[in-house]
Write a protein that binds this ligand. Sequence first.
Ligand code: ZN
Length: 156
Amino acid sequence: MAIRNIRTENDPILRKKSRVVESFDEKLWQLLDDMKETMEKAEGVGLAAVQVGILKRVVVINVGDGLMELINPEILETEGVQCSAEGCLSLPGKQGTTIRPMTVKVKAQNRNGNWCVYKGTELKAKAFCHEIDHLDGVLYIDKLASKDEIEKFCKD
Ligand code: ZN
């Protein structure tokens, strides 16, 4: 395993669309292992392959209850809203308020190519949305909540 370099803010690759994974081979497994190690070293809860310079639809997430490897992930359903501070390993030292669904159901392939369905709430739901956005070149700063939205959804 190896730590890979995390691409940051001004790197144009972060705005590119990642390609569908078709080969579930050793090269993919190496990428997944390296992404896990890179995410852990950076103390992140999620990492998309594009963030280490690979334009493949591959995501790793660990919100503290175990590693998830999502290949070709797609959101199936969302429910509710949550308002919270969001950050990104590619935008170090920054955060912003976003509105995301409270519950998200996704389908994704595992490292062997088998489809699985996952459901997440709160932080995990936010991580699903954030990482899947990366695969389409979207960053959380594109989705910052407006003042009106904050007033409407962020009352505590
Ligand atoms: Zn990110």
